[in-house]
Design a binder for this molecule. Structure first.
Ligand code: TA6
Length: 266
């Protein structure tokens, strides 16, 4: 039987959302989704070395990139902006949890707020809507992205739906290449941006399958470090792939919503 109502529990910094056979946990630090379990199976990767105490962006789950993607002169000590390093406010109604982050002009101009709405669909879908609002329209320039870490067996992972998009590699400053026309399966060490993707993506690893869709065309970054990091042990490097929907290939000058749905097919 379909349970219409979303059950929401708040326990300190962790918000738990539950509907039918799906449980989602969001950390108020960064409004980072840190777990999405469907039918008992965890679908997101969080590093065992991740800091959950607010001293560093959480390594795993769904960190939010805003208002700049990558390194930037505006935030010299904060690659990917300040959203993932800030504590967000939280509220909810009967079917959606809303996380909000406000900032002042001294931090980033113009002042405004960023909201992340999180809900769970009938089939266990994780539904996310990220939307900035600015105090004025003058000087608005931003990127935003959901830096999602999917838990996979990388050696068996195939990603379909990116084969017809132009792409660029980070090591070539994202210089544009024509579409590969191929399913993506060599992912270890990849750091690639696909531009203007407007169709669903299918992610499969032999044990699980999922569809990733965004309401409007957007950029999609695919990343795996290919080697251990200070907060990713060597044993985990092949346990995740980041597939990141966002508006990052150029600075946005109007307020947009980034609406993304991940549908588990297990
Ligand atoms: O989105 C891909 C990327 O920008 C990579 O270039 C890599 O640096 C990754 O994000 C992780 O960045 P972080 O700041 O979380 O270490």
């Amino acid at each position: 039987m379909i349970q219409e109502k979303l059950i929401v529990k708040e326990d300190g910094v962790i918000i738990t959302l539950e509907r039918n056979e799906t449980i989602v946990k969001v950390h108020k630090y960064g409004a980072t989704v840190i777990s999405w379990k469907h039918k008992g199976r965890e679908l997101l990767y969080v590093s065992p070395l991740a800091k959950l105490d607010g001293t560093k962006a959480i390594r795993g789950g769904i960190p939010i990139v805003f208002p700049r993607f990558g390194p930037s002169d505006l935030f010299p000590n904060q690659q990917h902006g300040f959203a993932r390093n800030s504590r967000w406010d939280f509220s909810h109604d009967k079917d959606v949890a809303t996380f909000t982050l406000s900032w002042e002009e001294a931090q980033f101009k113009p002042s405004g707020n960023l909201s992340l709405k999180v809900s769970i669909g009938d089939k266990g879908e994780l539904e996310l809507c990220l939307r900035p609002e600015f105090a004025g329209s003058e000087g608005v320039q931003y990127h935003m992205l959901l830096h999602t870490y999917f838990k996979v067996d990388l050696a068996k992972t195939h990603i379909k739906g990116l084969d017809r998009a132009n792409y660029g590699e980070k090591q070539e400053q994202y210089e544009k290449h024509p579409p590969t026309l191929q399913v993506l399966s060599q992912i270890s060490g990849l750091d690639r941006m696909y531009f203007d993707v407007d169709n669903p993506i299918n992610l499969k690893d032999g044990q699980m399958e999922m569809r990733l869709e965004s309401r409007e065309a957007c950029d999609v970054v695919v990343w795996n470090p290919g080697k251990e990091m200070t907060d990713v042990p060597a044993s985990d490097v092949n346990s995740f792939v980041c597939i990141e929907h966002g508006l990052v290939s150029k600075l946005q000058t109007n307020s947009h919503a980034l609406r993304v749905t991940y549908t588990p097919m297990i």
